[in-house]
Every structure is written in structure tokens, then in C-alpha cells.
Design a protein around this ligand. Structure first.
Ligand SMILES: [Zn+2]
Length: 65
């Protein structure tokens, strides 16, 4: 896992980490639920562009019932 207080880019070592969001058509859909999905948050190195991690904004939507 990423150490949250000292997040550094594993590629270039920069600590200039920005946050991006995939939403709309790029959101991650729940399999089998056509209209359910969540935006995806990405931590991005703003020096080299490496995506350090991606996670969904609403993980509870992906729980199987
Ligand atoms: Zn980097």
C-alpha cells in the first residue's frame, strides 16, 4: 500500500502528487447493473505522469448482495 503521509512517485521520486477523476463515460460500471457505477479517483505524479493508484469513489456500490 501507499504510505499516505509521504506519497512519492515510485518512478521518479517526486512528491508532487495530484489527483484526477474519471467520471461520466469513463466511470467504472458495476457488472450486471447497467446504470450503477462510480467515479474513479487517481493519484497522478504531476512530474512524470505516472498513475500511482486508482480507486473508486463509492466502493460500496460494488458489494455483491
Ligand atoms: Zn513521477
Amino acid at each position: 500500500m501507499i504510505d499516505s503521509d509521504t506519497t512519492k512517485c515510485p518512478k521518479c521520486g517526486s512528491s508532487e502528487i495530484g489527483q484526477g477523476k474519471l467520471s461520466g463515460y469513463a466511470a467504472l460500471s458495476v457488472v450486471g447493473k447497467m446504470f450503477s457505477g462510480s467515479a474513479v479517483i487517481a493519484d497522478v505524479c504531476s512530474d512524470c505522469g505516472y498513475i500511482i493508484q486508482m480507486k473508486v469513489k463509492d466502493p460500496e456500490k460494488f458489494k455483491r448482495r
